[in-house]
Design a protein around this ligand. Structure first.
Ligand SMILES: [Zn+2]
Length: 448
């Protein structure tokens, strides 16, 4: 309590995006500026030249099919890695996918991973950003048609590659993995393999960012044009929550504070801090109707993960054979990708990844003391288990009906007592370093 410094950083009525910035990081701003729509466009157009990147397409040709595409992605990533002084390594993450509904025979598949090793040997955190490089058309089993997949998901793949290019030149205490995964359209297989591997090998994955369909700015039917909004999908009740954990959420009203929801709020605050003319819109669901994406296998393994997708979709330009029918053009072609928009979404991802990877790890064992009936709130926690020690912590507070954190209290101790009732507000705690980089907030568990 004696260390409680009441840095109240904003008025209660302002949304998170309007929060006062203590120290914006000029290094992050510089990286954000380096993200290039020209590079992103060149990558998307190159990926389309492989004709089909379908998961079951040809792997022997040097110029077409999934094999040529993954070899090119790996070679590009290796060029970026050359600027990292040996810290970035590029690998195929290879696995055999057994026969399944959308896999007609066992097949060897390869994700491409560019791993930028963290510079702090005591910091075990890993961040993953991904897009899927496979594509499809109407018939999901048609492997060798013309399947450009420019928006779905060369856009997300180009985003991941552009981040690797810019960030390879910089140092972060935590490790960042830039992934281009396979098998999404056949059943999220590339991502599922990566998530299982992360679990089996005890990777300390602090956050996973899935970017899928992040390049179109025109809505089918509604004719809405929106190049300044991006959606972030997150689960409310954690996907892997046990019955006991769900019961605890029911009793305390914690259904809007899963780790992934905290990541979504963090993406909004950080992304809007560094990228102009971009609204990060939180969508309170895991994914869209009839669709699922590469963040889901990570959620199932208990990791924190979200999905970014454009605001209004053009379903005539997803999963479609290229054709004209009754005056309507179909096909996922590069001329319908808004490269400046992909640049903005890439910049947002960069600011989130960089701010997280530079920050201390999350505080541990964050608890809200429930021993007595009181109109105050006492929180306790422990310093992060891994990496550098924080300079201090933000205790975050909001009304129970509010979507975003509204007040921040800066403390240097690992306990805080606030003159606000725990019955009337939600709280969370995040670690912060001397430069102002914040960890993900942790929602407290009741402690007696
Ligand atoms: Zn997709």
């Amino acid at each position: 309590m004696k260390h409680l410094k009441l840095f109240i950083l904003l008025l209660l009525t302002l949304p998170a995006a309007a929060q006062t910035i203590i120290k914006p990081d000029s290094g992050i701003k510089q990286m954000v500026d380096e993200v290039s729509s020209k590079n992103i466009e060149a990558t998307i157009r190159k990926l389309v030249t492989f004709k089909s990147r379908h998961t079951l397409s040809d792997t022997t040709s040097k110029t077409t099919g999934s094999g040529a595409a993954r070899n090119w992605i790996k070679a590009e990533m290796e060029k970026y890695a050359a600027a990292s002084g040996g810290r970035m390594t590029v690998q195929f993450d290879t696995f055999t996918q057994p026969k399944g509904t959308r896999i007609d025979q066992p097949v060897k598949l390869k994700n491409v991973l560019a791993i930028l090793k963290g510079t702090d040997p005591t910091d075990t955190r890993v961040y993953i950003v991904s897009g899927h490089y496979d594509s499809r058309i109407n018939d999901v089993m048609d492997a060798n048609g013309v399947e450009p997949g420019a928006n779905d998901d060369a856009s997300g793949t180009a985003l991941s590659m552009e981040l690797a290019r810019v960030m390879a030149k910089r140092s972060f205490p935590a490790t960042i993995i830039f992934a281009a995964v396979v098998g999404e359209e056949q059943g999220l297989y590339g991502s599922a393999n990566l998530a299982k591997r992360a679990k089996a090998e005890n990777w300390n994955v602090d956050a996973m960012l899935n970017n899928d369909i992040v390049g179109n700015t025109h809505g089918m039917e509604t004719d809405l044009k929106d190049n300044r909004s991006v959606r972030v999908f997150s689960d409310g009740i954690p996907t892997n929550a046990t019955d006991k954990q769900v019961a605890a959420l029911k009793s305390l009203g914690g259904e809007n504070d899963s780790p992934s929801r905290e990541l979504a709020r963090y993406a909004k605050e950080t992304g809007e801090r560094y990228v102009d003319q971009l609204d990060v819109k939180l969508i309170y669901r895991r994914d869209r109707y009839l669709r699922g994406g590469d963040h889901l296998p990570f959620l199932e393994q208990g990791f924190t993960a979200v999905r970014f997708t454009e605001m209004n979709e053009d379903f005539n330009r997803q999963h479609q054979n290229i054709r004209a029918e009754n005056g309507v053009d179909y096909g996922d072609l590069p001329d319908f990708v808004d490269f400046n928009y992909v640049q903005k979404v890439t910049r947002m991802n960069l600011s989130v990844l960089a701010n997280l990877a530079l920050a201390p790890a999350r505080p541990q064992n964050v608890g809200i003391i429930t021993t007595d009936l009181t109109n105050k709130t006492k929180l306790t926690w422990e310093a992060p288990a891994t990496g550098k020690k924080p300079a201090g912590y933000y205790v975050l507070m909001r009304e129970t009906t509010s979507a975003f954190w509204e007040r921040k209290f800066y403390v240097t101790d690992t306990t805080a007592t606030l003159a606000y009732s725990k019955d009337n507000y939600f709280f969370a705690v995040q670690a912060v370093d001397a430069e102002g980089h914040e960890s993900l907030p942790v929602f407290p568990k009741p402690v007696r």
